[in-house]
Design a binder for this molecule. Sequence first.
Ligand code: CO
Length: 207
Amino acid sequence: MSDLSHLFASNRLWAARVERDHPGFFTSLTAQQNPKYLWIGCSDSRVPANEIIGLMPGEVFVHRNVANLVIHSDLNCLSVIDFAVNELKIQDIIVCGHYGCGGVTAALAPSEGRIFDHWIRHVRDIAKFYRDEIESESTAGGQSRKLCELNVAVQVVHVRESPILHSQSARGVKVHGWIYDLADGLLRDLTPMVDSVRALEPNASVR
Ligand code: CO
């Protein structure tokens, strides 16, 4: 087994630094969490939710998976949304994708028949559905970026269409679609695009 003692050492330094800068920080969080946002993002190590929006522990409720997918039958993700809306009373749900997403790019290449490919099949379906839009981009990089954006848009619709969002307790909840650029560390709001993407909306109410 590898020696991970450096991570414990790093943790002690971090905890001491937080307590020095914010006396009483940890004890104040032991009683309850009161995050204002739910972040649904990619597992990619380069897209850490709290850090890129500058929030401390306790400020954002997080669900991450490969390619930031919201699958209708994924009890893991749906339970997070349920808890966020009905227990934590969160009013803003952010689906955040990122350019250069390995999961999304893999969906534009032939399947290798791995377990991973079963998950990515959901993105492959989006690539098929929006083939014309994607192929309007002339480069492989451009096509990947386009699919990253379309994937965010579709996942936003999946959240909006989930029964949780149609319950009385979800009144006023807004679902946002963002994308993060690894190249400059900046976020962009895709929500207007979500609302205009052709064929996404026939049954989806706009929140
Ligand atoms: Co990714």
